[in-house]
Ligand binder design. Structure first.
Ligand SMILES: [Zn+2]
Length: 75
């Protein structure tokens, strides 16, 4: 279940490791740091901002193959 986070809250959220800005992700739900490449998962609506439990994340692929501006090229 995705929660609606107020913009004001999102604006002050920062990566606990590097203090960089976080991107909110819907699938999987959580927050990704573009600066140091860590992903903080949200479970049961509660974000887990423990650096030790964050997982590596690649900002370049955060959108995956779906929902991007450009669909897969036809062959
Ligand atoms: Zn970071």
């Amino acid at each position: 279940m995705a929660l609606d986070w107020p913009e004001e809250l999102l604006a002050i959220l920062a990566c606990p490791k590097c203090k960089g800005g976080l991107d909110r992700l819907a699938e999987p739900e959580g927050f990704g740091c573009r600066n140091c490449g860590l992903f903080y998962a949200v479970s049961d609506g509660i974000p887990n901002f423990l650096v030790e439990e964050a997982v590596p994340w690649d900002p370049a692929t955060r959108r995956g193959s779906a929902g991007g501006a450009a669909p897969a090229r036809p062959r």
